[in-house]
Design a binder for this molecule. Structure first.
Ligand code: GDP
Ligand code: MG
Length: 162
């Protein structure tokens, strides 16, 4: 059966945009404000070498008490059922404390994780990636969900980590 890949990260980092590109649909709700996609959404795709099932989540705010209690249940469920995780951060905003909270949360699940620095179109990828090494999740990969840069490479990479 196909591997299940969960998309996690703070609201507004581009998870649903990536979901749509990975599944070639417009089913996920893409919004200019955080937290709209409240439920998990599943899709299948084959953008890289192998087919997969991808799970979009509403995201974790990583703010105040750490894990947003509203979102934690469905993100936990997505992480529980995932074979691998794509953890998105916003390369334009840069590293913020919420990303570290989420990194620590994701780490507890002991699943293969590929860190993706999204919104990197027009950026030098090495520079965009550099501040995110400190999340301790290995080498980040700069992508653009909106433009498609490195998206196939990202899916191939996370499947290789399994
Ligand atoms: P989610 O909350 O993590 O699901 O994020 P969305 O997919 O809804 O995207 C949030 C905002 O970021 C929207 O305005 C998207 O158009 C924008 N966005 C997503 N991916 C990219 C990208 O690769 N580059 C840029 N510049 N904007 C992006
Ligand atoms: Mg979303």
């Amino acid at each position: 059966s196909k591997p299940v890949i969960a998309l996690v990260g703070r609201p507004n980092v581009g998870k649903s945009t990536l979901f749509n590109r990975l599944t070639r649909t417009r089913d996920a709700i893409v919004a200019d404000y955080p937290g709209l996609t409240r439920d998990r959404q599943y899709g299948t795709g084959r953008v890289g070498k192998e087919p997969y099932i991808v799970v979009d989540t509403g995201g974790l705010s990583g703010e105040t008490d750490g894990v947003d209690p509203l979102m934690a249940g469905q993100v936990r469920a997505a992480l529980d059922e995932a074979d691998a995780v794509l953890f998105l951060v916003d390369g334009r905003q840069g590293l913020i404390p919420g990303d570290e909270v989420i990194a620590n949360y994701v780490r507890q699940f002991d699943k293969p994780v590929q860190l993706l620095v999204n919104k990197a179109e027009g950026y030098d990828h090495d520079i965009a990636n550099s501040e995110f090494f400190r999340l301790g999740l290995g080498e980040p990969m700069a992508i653009s969900s909106a433009h498609g840069d490195n998206v196939a490479a990202a899916i191939d990479k996370v499947l290789e980590l399994m």
